[in-house]
Structures are given as structure tokens and as C-alpha cells.
Write a new protein. Structure first.
Ligand SMILES: [Zn+2]
Length: 160
């Protein structure tokens, strides 16, 4: 594996870009290159001759995807729609303020959160002992390129 920086290509146009492999000298179109490793923010494009990385392609944001809607295939469009739907659901259901929690009688207590994947979609539960105080979708703010939503967070409460 050669060291150094490789080209960050445009998600919507990388297949028609010309790439050159610094390792073996291969030259050709992105469309001829196999996909390499896939990360949360980007994926790698590899040289078809030697397997060296020739490019890193960042995933588009939701806005960029919407601006380039016609360039997306059916699977890409569906995944964007699912992400948008999950974000909408998250916005509607996330704990915006500790004041939305049910009244807690104890003057001192410990809330904890845990994942609940027993349903069709994973939720985050906020518990006080065995009692579920809050339930919200356990989704990240899933637009690549933007900040991710921490799965674990603390809820500030004034002591009674
Ligand atoms: Zn190569």
C-alpha cells in the first residue's frame, strides 16, 4: 500500500473521472475501478490492476443528494428517503428537554439509557430503575458529512 493523499472525487461523477494509479501506473475511468473499503463518511475506489486506492469518495449530504436526485439510482433514492423519514421521526420524538420526562419523586436518582432493538426499529430507552421514562428513535443524524448524534447522553436534572 503506497502512502500519500489520494483524490477525493465527486460522489455523483466519480465513475466518469479519469484516475491514475500511483502504484502500478494503471490509468482509466472510475467506472472500471472496484469499490474498496466503505467507511461512515466515504468509500475508497481501488485500482483494478493492483488493488491500490486511487480515490476516496465522500458520501453526499442529504441536500447534495436532493440536488442531484436524477443522478441517483433507485436504491440510493430509497436510502435517502429512509434517512429523511428517520430524521423526521427522530425530530418528532427525541427528548428535547428534561422537563418532558415524567415527574420523579426521588430527590436523588440515576437515569440511564439503553438500546432497545426488540421492535422493528431500534429505540433508545431512558430508564429510572426498571421504569421506562422516555423512548425515542435510536437514529443518528444520519446525513454523512454532518455531525453524528451521540447515542449516549446525559440528562441534566435539578435536584429536588
Ligand atoms: Zn494500480
Amino acid at each position: 500500500m503506497a502512502s500519500g493523499v489520494y483524490v477525493a472525487a465527486d460522489y455523483f461523477g466519480w465513475k466518469s473521472l479519469k484516475f491514475a494509479c500511483r502504484n502500478c501506473g494503471w490509468r482509466g475511468n472510475g467506472a472500471d475501478c472496484p469499490l474498496g473499503e466503505v467507511f461512515a463518511q466515504l468509500f475508497e475506489v481501488d485500482c483494478p490492476a493492483c488493488g491500490e486506492h486511487v480515490a476516496a469518495v465522500p458520501f453526499p449530504t442529504l441536500k447534495e443528494s436532493r440536488r442531484n436526485w436524477k443522478k441517483l439510482d433507485a436504491a440510493e433514492r430509497l436510502s435517502i428517503q429512509i434517512i429523511e423519514q428517520r430524521q423526521k421521526e427522530f425530530e418528532a420524538r427525541f427528548l428535547k428537554s428534561p422537563s418532558r420526562l415524567p415527574e420523579i419523586a426521588e430527590s436523588s436518582f440515576l437515569l440511564y439509557s439503553e438500546a432497545d432493538d426488540s421492535g422493528t426499529a431500534e429505540d433508545t430507552l431512558i430508564r429510572l430503575g426498571e421504569k421506562v421514562m422516555w423512548r425515542e428513535p435510536a437514529v443518528y443524524r444520519a446525513s454523512p458529512g454532518s455531525a453524528t448524534w451521540p447515542k449516549f447522553f446525559s440528562v441534566g436534572m435539578a435536584s429536588g
